[in-house]
Design a protein around this ligand. Structure first.
Ligand SMILES: [Zn+2]
Length: 412
């Protein structure tokens, strides 16, 4: 396998003016959980480095991996395993119905529809739906629910084909996918091909401002090619004849998520203009803010390394919760391994029985927290902190403590 190629031009605007501001070292692919057989050999590691485009402000990875290195049959993420995410998706569909955007005869297409976690709610309400999901496991799970699903990558050309066969989409939903797309312009061109002229595209992604403000450096991993601000999204959409018209903010979702509303017809709300203005005022459109962020991240990693070493030296048992991609970035960047972490607990049965990439910590069911009652649990899935602390109330009642690593390590 190749080592990854350095990105020479911005994925959005094509400018060569890319400036690096954070290197997380050479780390394995974050979702590539290991089986027993994998433990016998060295896994591939790739540089993980982030930069800023001086031309269109897009923050992006500076090394490219082939797509097949990331999305393979073993891709273990199934959306439906988070209660909060399911509730959010249901509320989204209900909002679109209430606004008259959806109804019988108004087609909803979801890009990266996963196991049907969102479309199932629309289907129940009689809305015609179509899922587009490249990974076979989740696509099959969606079809089993009766959700028509095309197992392909979304983009230019294929989107025109979908329109010919199914008609234009009245609503396209694309949640937590745009950052994963290597051909960003082809992806957005696909939106324009498929959307009805009076249609609405909603795109959700973690917000770059929050990544910077809360030092969420562990949301940086090989599968996330890009990190979006409103300014960068605005430039990207304009290039394809689309307008960023509105924005909604979900502070508790994935550490701070934006839902961008995009349409072929320009109708900007004061709210979206305020976001664009705020980004300018806070310096998110210039390099200096990112340079400071890089320095801050190095400090947090040092702090966490010292804390865990101290607890370990005092004889405390330490486990982790959440065999997540972000956990993989954090654990490998900070340099934690199975000598420090006894196990990683995770509710997802598809992950249990595997080992985490790089650090090689065994993944076990969540019940292990009560069965083995470690003194401390490093919360790697901090984006679901509310939900996990709720579920693990008994572990905490018996004296167990969680270490929340970000924005700076605290014990709760
Ligand atoms: Zn650019």
């Amino acid at each position: 396998m190749v080592d990854g190629t350095r990105v020479e031009a911005c994925r959005s605007c094509g400018s060569p003016a890319l400036r690096p501001f954070l290197s997380l070292g050479r780390v394995p692919i974050a979702n590539a959980l290991l089986t027993v057989a994998d433990l016998a050999r060295e896994e591939p590691r790739y540089p993980l480095e982030v930069g800023f485009c001086e031309s269109c402000t897009l923050v992006q990875l500076l090394f490219a991996l082939p797509a097949d290195a990331i999305f393979d049959e073993a891709y273990p993420y199934f959306s439906s395993f988070s209660e909060d995410l399911l509730a959010h998706a249901k509320a989204h569909v209900e909002g679109l119905l209430a606004a008259g955007r959806l109804g019988p005869g108004r087609l909803l297409v979801e890009v990266a529809s996963n196991d049907g976690y969102l479309l199932r709610h629309a289907l129940e309400r009689g809305v015609p739906v179509l899922g587009i999901e490249p990974t076979p496991g989740p696509a099959a799970a969606a079809r089993a629910l009766g959700i028509p699903t095309l197992q392909v990558f979304f983009g230019r050309g294929m989107a025109a084909g979908v329109r010919r066969e199914h008609g234009p989409a009245d609503v396209i939903v694309a949640n937590n996918v745009m950052a994963h797309v290597p051909d960003l312009n082809g992806f957005v061109a696909g939106f324009r091909e498929l959307i009805a002229d009076d249609g609405l595209i909603t795109i959700e992604n973690p917000y770059l401002r929050d990544l910077i403000d809360h030092a969420e450096f562990d949301t940086i991993y090989h599968e996330h090619w890009c990190y979006f601000s409103c300014t960068a999204v605005d430039a990207l959409m304009r290039r394809h004849g689309l307008s960023l018209n509105d924005v909604e903010y979900f502070p508790r979702l994935h550490g701070g998520t934006l839902r961008w509303h995009v349409s072929p017809v320009e109708a900007r709300t004061p709210r979206v203009l305020a976001y664009l203005d705020e980004e300018r005022q806070r310096g998110l459109t210039a390099f200096a803010a990112y340079e400071r962020f890089g320095e801050r991240v190095a400090g947090i990693a040092d702090e966490l390394r010292v804390l865990l070493a101290r607890l370990h030296a005092e004889g405390a048992t330490i486990a982790a919760y959440g065999a997540t991609a972000k956990g993989s970035t954090l654990v490998n960047f900070v340099g934690i391994d199975q000598r420090t972490l006894a196990f990683v607990a995770d509710r997802n049965p598809h992950k249990q029985g595997h080992w985490t990439p790089g650090a090689r910590v065994p993944i076990v069911p969540a019940e292990a927290l009560l069965e083995r009652q470690p003194d401390y649990v490093l919360l790697l899935a901090w984006n679901f902190a509310d939900e996990i602390l709720r579920q693990q109330a008994e572990y905490r009642r018996r004296g167990g403590r969680f270490i929340v690593p970000i924005p700076s390590p605290v014990i709760v």
